[in-house]
Design a protein around this ligand. Structure first.
Ligand code: 6GU
Length: 263
């Protein structure tokens, strides 16, 4: 069970995603619990002001610290076991291992979605000083207009790792990145399509041969698309042999971009 709060200026944007597909199903199954909190509900002025101009000048607006700190105080008063996740392009990079940790985390995860040019620096400072667990997390090296999509990406990647959310537990185990190889090629009907046939072995019913084929397909796909995933990694001797074979095949097929492994 993952428990989250999302602090945002745009609750409807977040809610629409949470009401769809796997996110909605996970909540219905009681495996995910998300509360969306409007940062503006912790403002006290007539205009519900959540942002202000930066001291020292510069472009854009900054999120005011008080509403965010009040929102966190209010959550922590009822849920002391929280981890604050500040979405920010300056944060630590989110990856599959991070998603796995999140999916197993017993803390209530409080996502703070930054907007405009950022959040008053004292929010991070004060939370750290108060001894709260705070992580700044980025989903990649590009800049979003706000942290909502980033928070949703993190929740989506994590929630599907909770046992029972996906139909079969195998679909998680076999896929990309759990094994640090990309997925093997997949096919469905029809067997023949514009002269392109499904590989015969997949129709053969020989489970051993099929397993071998899938593994080879994974290695070939990884070698062709993400060779960086193979270079840093000690390959089993059997895999090294398969890879050599794949490389030979590629050379004879005058591939458009032949690549060599450094190892
Ligand atoms: Cl977590 N937030 C924002 N605003 N931009 C980002 C990001 C997060 N990760 C990458 N770009």
């Amino acid at each position: 069970m993952m428990r989250c709060d999302i602090l945002t200026l745009f609750p409807s944007m977040v809610k629409s995603v949470l009401e769809t597909s796997m996110m909605s199903l996970a909540q219905a199954k009681g495996l995910l619990d998300v509360t969306v909190i409007d940062i503006r509900s912790f403002t006290h002025d007539r205009h519900r002001t959540a942002d202000d101009r930066p001291y020292g000048g510069g472009a854009g607006m900054i999120l005011k610290p008080e509403p965010i700190l009040e929102a966190i105080d209010s959550i922590c008063a009822t849920h002391p076991n929280t981890r604050i996740v500040m979405t920010s392009p300056r944060g630590r990079k989110f990856d599959q291992a991070y998603a796995q940790k999140m999916s197993e985390d017993s803390h209530r995860l409080v996502f703070i979605c930054g907007h405009y040019e950022g959040i008053d620096e004292r929010v991070h400072m004060i939370m750290a000083t108060e001894g709260r667990k705070v992580d700044e997390v980025s989903i990649g090296d590009y800049v979003l207009t706000g942290g909502e999509l980033a928070a949703l990406v993190m929740i989506d990647a994590s929630v599907r790792l909770i046992p029972g959310v996906l139909g079969s537990t195998n679909s998680v185990k076999e896929e990309s990145f759990s094994s640090t190889l990309l997925e093997y090629a997949q096919y469905t009907r029809p067997v023949e399509l514009r002269a392109a046939r499904v590989p015969d072995v997949l129709l053969s019913g020989h489970h051993g041969a099929i397993r071998k084929w899938k593994h080879r397909s994974s290695l070939a796909s990884t070698y062709a698309r993400r060779p960086d995933l193979l270079t840093g990694r000690a390959l089993a001797h059997a895999d090294q042999l398969i890879l050599t074979d794949i490389q030979k095949e590629e050379d004879t097929e005058k591939s458009d971009s032949p690549r060599r492994l450094s190892s």
